[in-house]
Design a binder for this molecule. Sequence first.
Ligand SMILES: Cc1ncc(COP(=O)(O)O)c(C=O)c1O
Length: 473
Amino acid sequence: MEPLYVQLADSIARQIEEGVYPPGSRIPSVRRLREQHEVSVTTAVEACRLLESRGLVRSRPRSGFFVERSRPEVLEPAVPAHSTRARRLDAALSLRLNLGIGNPQRPTLGAAVQGTELMAITTVNRLLSQAMRLQPTVCHSYDAPPGSPELRRAVAQHGLDAGYSVSPDDVVITSGAKEAVYLSIRAVTRPGDTVAIESPAYYALLEVLASLDRKVIEVPSHPRRGIDLDVLGKVVSRQRVAAVAIVSNFSNPSGSCMTDAHKKALVDLLDAHDVPLVEDDVYGDLAFDGSRPKAVKAFDTRGTVLYCGSFSKTVSPGMRIGWAVPGRYQYEFEHLKLVVNQASPTAPQLALAALVEGGGFDRHLRRVRRLYAEQMERMIDAVDGAFPDGTRHTDPRGGHVLWVQVPGLDSLALYERAAAEGIHIAPGPLFSASGGFRDHLRLNTGFPWTDHIASQVETLGRLVAETLDGPSS
Ligand SMILES: Cc1ncc(COP(=O)(O)O)c(C=O)c1O
């Protein structure tokens, strides 16, 4: 039996669906709910909060809870039908582009970074100085590759939220997810090997594969469901693929989030062909409705998923702390970590362990998820208002990137025009090994909404129209 507040929330949700409370209207006040349903104030408030976290209502200070406006059916970006041939990569494009990452005080639409308001700066600072004060020797000495026992324990606890149950001994701390992905690829593949990736793909993964001389096959990915398993199935049965690499939840740039069934089917498929999976799950904690999606790792029974997580997207990218659960490749992984940089800095590890174990991490997540949801909504509204008819975009349920397609657009030309006006965007080809997605762009929604961002999107809409009209206009 569900708790009372969940039952109450479900019954109001049904009434919203049936039109009893239309979009924009106010649902009964807490006092009214208490009287109507004979429940306590706490139960009524919790029911309203649950509805809010599901995105059905929104609270307005001193006015109550209002039903969210429903969004017109979203026109999603198109999905290519086939995989590409295996090819060597040239990742030079990413080095040429400026995504505006330089100044954390200045919102950028280009890089997938968040505003400092969405980090846990004050708390982490306090915990950092606490670690330095209480454990000065540990903080200043060399650590060994698996990382701090405290943080590995905290990560193992956190893993339960993502549906995987491991011991602290199964966790290796890294300098961000980027290093975890890099070491994972190195642990399971050799130069010249082929790695299958989702398409579009996180561009830093393309850089990793290029720098390690791995070839890639791009497998189409759906903007909601993620990597196409039919196509991937054909790829892995046709040729030797040394590994598959994906971002499983709220992928970058597509925002896709694989269902549990899809995740399980992926594990089954890869196990049948003996192919390891490098799973990057840096956005999984940022589900707008608070329901943390499972990791693919949750379905891994043979230790063939190398899971990569991070505190960058949730707490602080500057701490450079991530982790891996490399499964049966742990020995190779730890050895590579030792070779590359011995271990990650100790004080940030201790501070983040204290943040997770003290409950501050979960509290922080509850706060920022709502902000991310709001920022995404504002961005979608702004793009819908400013971009030409025919524009398609995703409707992500978590994370902070929006993937936009404007049929006919040359996004590299748009990039130049926008940069000249001080606006950074990430053009589509950045996310492809084969120059694809020329008419796509990725917009970052990691900053609290301001008039400045609104005017940047408006200017971008004008520049998109001008770019479509050709160079002479
Ligand atoms: C999908 C994905 N993985 C990894 C990273 C980098 O993570 P970290 O800062 O932990 O290295 C990013 C940052 O944008 C990302 O989008």
